[in-house]
Design a protein around this ligand. Structure first.
Ligand SMILES: Cc1cc2nc3c(=O)[nH]c(=O)nc-3n(C[C@H](O)[C@H](O)[C@H](O)COP(=O)(O)O)c2cc1C
Length: 222
C-alpha cells in the first residue's frame, strides 16, 4: 500500500527516518526462506523507488522479478560459479572471528541459499555505458538511488534485501535465461524475503569527520 500525497507528513520523525536509513542492511541469515513475498508488495516498493532522481528525466529503469523456482535455481548456479571462488579467496585472507570473516560467511550463506529466496529482483537500466551520452556516472546514478529506495521501502514493509553484483560477469547468460534484450545494463540482483526478528543494529562505519574535507582535500574536517 502506498499513501496519497495528502497523507505524507510535512515534517519527519527523525527517530523513524534516521533509524530506517541507519539500519537498512545487507540481510542474509535472517531472510525467511519459507514465506512467499507477494508480487503486489514488490510493486509497492518499486512505486516508491521510482520517485528517486533520474538523469535527463529519462524513465528508463526496469525491474525483473524472478519468482519461478527453476529460474531461481539457474540464477543461483551462475551466482555460485562466480561467488564461491571469490568468497574462498577472501576467506583465505580473513582473520578468523573478524567482521570481515563474518561478512564473508554471510555472503556464503546467500550464495548457498539463493535459489530458496522467494524473490530475486533485478534492477535494469535501458542503455549501456559508452552509448550516446551515457557515461557510468549518469547511467548508474539514474538507477542506484532507486535501488536503495527500493531497499528502504522493502525494509519498512518487513522485507530484507541485499545488493549483489556477482552476476555482472555472467550478464550474457542471465540475459539468455530471462529473455533480457541487448543494450541494457543489469545493475544488480537483490534477494528479497521477509526478515525474521525485529531489530537491526546500525552498520559500523567511520566517523563522518574522518572522511569529510572542507574547501580543500588538504583540509580534513576531523
Ligand atoms: C556495490 C555492492 C555490491 C555487492 N555485491 C555483493 C555480492 O555480489 N554478494 C553479496 O553477498 N553481497 C554483496 N554486497 C553486500 C556487501 O557484501 C555488504 O554490504 C557487506 O556484507 C556489508 O554489510 P553492511 O552493508 O550491512 O554493513 C554488495 C554491496 C554493494 C554495495
Amino acid at each position: 500500500m502506498t499513501h496519497p500525497a495528502t497523507e505524507i507528513p510535512t515534517t519527519f520523525d527523525l527517530t523513524q527516518t534516521d533509524g530506517l536509513l541507519r539500519t537498512t542492511k545487507a540481510v542474509s541469515r535472517r531472510l525467511d526462506l519459507t514465506r512467499d513475498v507477494p508480487t503486489e508488495l514488490i510493486l509497492d516498493c518499486i512505486r516508491i523507488a521510482s520517485a528517486a532522481p533520474i538523469g535527463g528525466n529519462r524513465e528508463a529503469n526496469r525491474w525483473l522479478v524472478v519468482k519461478d523456482p527453476v529460474k531461481r535455481q539457474q540464477l543461483a548456479q551462475l551466482y555460485q560459479e562466480v561467488g564461491n571462488p571469490y568468497l574462498a579467496a577472501l576467506r583465505a585472507k580473513a582473520e578468523p572471528g573478524s567482521r570481515q570473516a563474518r561478512v564473508i560467511e554471510a555472503g556464503q550463506y546467500i550464495a548457498d541459499h539463493l535459489a530458496e529466496v522467494p524473490a530475486l529482483v533485478l534492477p535494469i537500466r535501458l542503455g549501456v555505458v559508452g552509448e550516446g551520452v551515457f557515461n557510468a556516472q549518469s547511467l548508474y546514478g539514474s538507477v542506484v538511488p532507486a535501488v536503495w529506495s527500493f531497499q528502504l521501502a522493502a525494509r519498512s514493509r518487513g522485507l530484507g534485501t541485499r545488493y549483489t553484483t556477482y552476476l555482472a560477469t555472467r550478464a550474457r547468460e542471465v540475459a539468455e535465461l530471462l529473455g533480457i534484450p541487448e543494450e541494457v545494463t543489469q545493475v544488480a540482483l537483490l534477494p528479497v524475503a521477509y526478515y525474521t526478528g525485529e531489530r537491526f543494529s546500525p552498520a559500523p562505519r567511520r566517523d563522518p569527520a574522518e572522511i569529510t574535507y572542507l574547501d580543500s582535500w588538504e583540509n580534513p574536517v576531523g
